[in-house]
Design a protein around this ligand. Structure first.
Ligand code: NAP
Ligand code: 8YV
Length: 323
C-alpha cells in the first residue's frame, strides 16, 4: 500500500521529521522554491499536515490548496495557530499535544513567580556587575502570605495549584465554569479574582474568547502590591495596559513568558528593571519538547493506521470515522 502524503509547513524537531519520514511520504513546504507550483501539483495528494504554534497561523487559504486533507497535527497544547472551526467545517480533524507538558510548564510557572517576587535575575545581574562588593542586594517582595489567583484552572492550572499548595499560600481561580471537584474558591469574574488576589497566574488558551481578558480594569483590581504572571498567550493580556500599569505603579510587577507579537517584545517592557521576561520557554526542555514532538507524529500514525486521532481538539471530535 502506498504511503500517505504529509505536508510539513516549517521545520520541526528531528523526532517529528524522522518519524514522519519513516511512516509517510513527507513533503517539506519550506524547502520548495516555488510553493505555489508545489501546492498546485501536489496539494490534492496531501492527506495530513504537521504544523506548530511556533510558525504562525495555518491560514484557510492553505487549506483551500489541500482539498483532500484529513488531519492537521499541531505541535503545542494551545492551537490558536489553527482555525479549528474552519477545519471542522471541512471535515478535517485537528490534534494538539495536551498533557505531556503539564508538569514542565507548571514547574516553569512557579520558577517565574519566584524569580519575579524575589528578583532572582536582578540579583544575578547585581553580583555579576560587582555591585555586591559595594552593598548587599536590596530586600525583595515575598510569596509569603500572598493570595494566588489562577486564571484558567485546566490541566496546567491544576498542576500549578498542586505545586502552590506546597508553598502554603491561599489559592483561588477563575474560569467560565465552576468546578465542583476542586477545593479552591471560585470567582465568576476575573475582576473579582483579581480583587481577591495578590498574584494572578494566567494559563488559559489564547484566541478570541480570551483576547485581552486581562485588561486595565483587572490590573487596577489586582492593585499596587499585585504581581501578574502570564504563561498563557500574549493575546490574553492587553500589553499596552500592562505597560501602563507597570510604569505607573498600578501593579507591582510582572513575570512574562508570552507576548502579543512574538518574538518582538516592546522596548517599554525591556526597559522595566522590575519585570522578568522569558522568551516563551515554559515547555522548552529537551525532554518535554521531545514528548510533544512524539505526540505530533503519533497522532498522524494512529490516524493513518485507521485507529483514529489520539488527541483531537474539542472543535473536531472523533466520531469513529477513520481512514
Ligand atoms: P486546558 O486544560 O484546556 O485548560 C484551559 C483552562 O482555561 C480551563 O480551565 C478553562 O476553563 C479556562 N478557560 C478557557 N477559556 C476561558 C475563558 N474565555 N475565560 C476564562 N477561562 C477560560 O488547557 P491547558 O492544557 O491547561 O493549557 C492552557 C493553555 O496554556 C494553552 O492553551 C496554551 O495557550 C498555554 N500554554 C502556554 C505554554 C507556554 O509555553 N507558555 C505552554 C503550554 C500551554 P473553562 O472552560 O471553565 O473556562
Ligand atoms: C510551546 C506552547 O512553546 O504548548 C503550547 O501551547 O505554547 C508551548 O508548549 C509551543 O507550542 C512551541 O511551539
Amino acid at each position: 500500500m502506498s504511503k500517505a502524503d504529509i505536508l510539513m509547513t516549517a521545520p520541526m524537531m528531528p523526532i517529528v521529521i524522522d518519524s514522519l519520514d519513516k511512516a509517510f511520504t513527507l513533503h517539506r513546504l519550506w524547502e520548495q522554491a516555488d510553493k505555489e507550483a508545489f501546492l498546485q501539483e501536489l496539494g490534492p495528494r496531501i492527506r495530513g499536515v504537521a504544523t506548530s504554534t511556533l510558525y504562525g497561523r495555518l491560514e484557510a487559504t492553505l487549506l483551500d490548496r489541500l482539498p483532500n486533507a484529513e488531519i492537521i497535527s499541531s505541535f503545542g497544547v494551545g492551537y490558536d495557530n489553527v482555525d479549528a472551526v474552519e477545519a471542522a467545517k471541512r471535515g478535517i480533524i485537528v490534534t494538539n499535544t495536551p498533557g505531556v507538558l503539564d508538569d514542565e510548564v507548571a514547574d516553569l510557572s512557579i520558577g517565574l513567580l519566584l524569580a519575579t517576587l524575589r528578583k532572582i535575575p536582578q540579583a544575578d545581574r547585581y553580583l555579576r556587575e560587582g555591585r555586591w562588593l559595594q552593598a548587599p542586594f536590596p530586600l525583595s517582595p515575598t510569596l509569603r502570605e500572598r493570595k494566588v489567583g489562577i486564571v484558567g484552572l485546566g490541566r496546567i492550572g491544576k498542576a500549578i495549584a498542586t505545586r502552590l499548595q506546597g508553598f502554603g499560600v491561599n489559592i483561588a481561580y477563575h474560569g467560565r465554569t465552576q468546578q465542583n471537584d476542586v477545593a479552591f474558591t471560585y470567582h465568576p469574574t476575573v475582576v473579582g479574582l483579581a480583587e481577591a488576589s495578590d498574584v494572578l497566574i494566567v494559563i488559559t488558551p489564547g484566541g478570541a474568547s480570551t483576547q485581552h481578558l486581562i485588561n486595565a480594569e483587572v490590573l487596577k483590581a489586582l492593585g499596587p502590591t499585585g504581581v501578574l504572571i502570564n504563561v498563557a498567550r500574549g493575546s490574553v493580556v492587553d500589553e499596552r495596559a500592562l505597560i501602563e500599569a507597570l510604569q505607573s505603579g498600578t501593579i507591582l510587577s510582572a513575570g512574562l513568558d508570552v507576548y502579543e507579537d512574538e518574538p518582538r517584545v516592546p522596548q517599554e517592557l525591556i526597559d522595566l528593571e522590575h519585570v522578568v521576561l522569558l522568551p516563551h520557554i515554559a515547555s522548552g526542555s529537551v525532554h518535554t519538547r521531545n514528548a510533544m514532538g512524539k505526540l505530533v507524529a503519533d497522532n498522524l500514525i494512529s490516524w493513518f493506521d485507521g485507529k483514529g486521532p489520539l488527541t483531537p481538539v474539542v472543535e473536531t471530535p472523533y466520531t469513529g470515522r477513520a481512514v
